[in-house]
Structures are given as structure tokens and as C-alpha cells.
Design a protein around this ligand. Structure first.
Ligand code: ZN
Length: 143
């Protein structure tokens, strides 16, 4: 991965063969990023998406591979889960027939390139387990 520092964050070029979630998470650990906004574009293969089934209260996984999928939109945030950076990222992907699909990104391997902005925000965001939906949700004050 290559990167450059910007005024309020970083621009990453994640290289062919590198897994996106692991690379972003490791980058945040190395650079002590405790909260931020993530956005990106690029091309990926070997993708695992999650769909949250609200009846099951669990994720359902689906894999896509065998060709380049365009990252139409990669968006998410960085927070801390159990004291470590956690990348919560959703992705919209374009297929060879120009159709689009997407979901919660579990993993994807860069097939061409992946250009990701991480914009840091003040302080730190944390997550904790929510008993109702059985997910780790953001800790924000009730107003
Ligand atoms: Zn999600």
C-alpha cells in the first residue's frame, strides 16, 4: 500500500492483491486513527459481502469472484471496538453487465487498484454490543 498525508487525513493506494478491510484496519492501528470517515473507488475481486437479516439478527454472507468488479462507492467509518480500530464499510459494486449490487463489506481483494480517503474526525468513536440487534453499534449520547 502506498499513501500520502493530507491536511485532515490520508489518501491510500491499496495495491493489487491486498485485502481492503485488513489493510485499512492495519493502517489505522499504525497511525493511531480512532475515528474517521472512509470513502473510495477502485476495482476488486474475491469479495465477501454481508447482508444483515433483521429477522435472523445476523449477517448472511455471499461471495463474488472471477472477474473485476468496479467499486462504484465505498463508504464507511472508523471507530474503536475493544480498544482497536474497527472499519465499518459498505460497498456498491459494478458488474461486467453494468448492473450494480452491494452490501456490508467483509473482505475484498484489490484486482486493479483501490483509492481510499480516510478523513480523520475529532476525538474517538467507540462501539459496543447491542443486545437487541446483536451488533456492535456506535456509542453516542442520547439527546
Ligand atoms: Zn454494515
Amino acid at each position: 500500500m502506498n499513501y500520502t498525508k493530507l491536511q485532515d487525513g490520508y489518501l491510500l493506494k491499496i495495491l493489487k492483491g491486498q485485502e481492503i478491510i485488513a489493510t485499512i484496519t492495519e493502517f489505522c492501528e499504525t497511525h493511531n486513527i480512532k475515528s474517521g470517515n472512509v470513502s473510495g473507488i477502485g476495482g476488486v475481486d474475491q469479495i465477501r459481502l454481508y447482508y444483515y437479516d433483521n429477522d435472523l439478527k445476523d449477517y448472511v454472507a455471499k461471495d463474488f469472484s472471477g472477474r473485476n468488479f468496479e467499486i462504484i462507492s465505498l463508504n464507511g467509518n472508523i471507530s474503536l471496538l475493544d480498544g482497536k480500530p474497527f472499519a465499518h464499510i459498505h460497498i456498491g459494486l459494478g458488474d461486467s453487465d453494468y448492473s450494480m449490487f452491494g452490501g456490508h463489506l467483509k473482505s475484498a481483494v484489490v484486482g486493479v487498484t483501490c483509492e481510499v480517503f480516510i478523513t480523520m474526525t475529532d476525538g474517538q468513536l467507540t462501539r459496543s454490543y447491542d443486545e437487541v440487534c446483536k451488533l456492535n453499534l456506535l456509542d453516542l449520547p442520547a439527546k
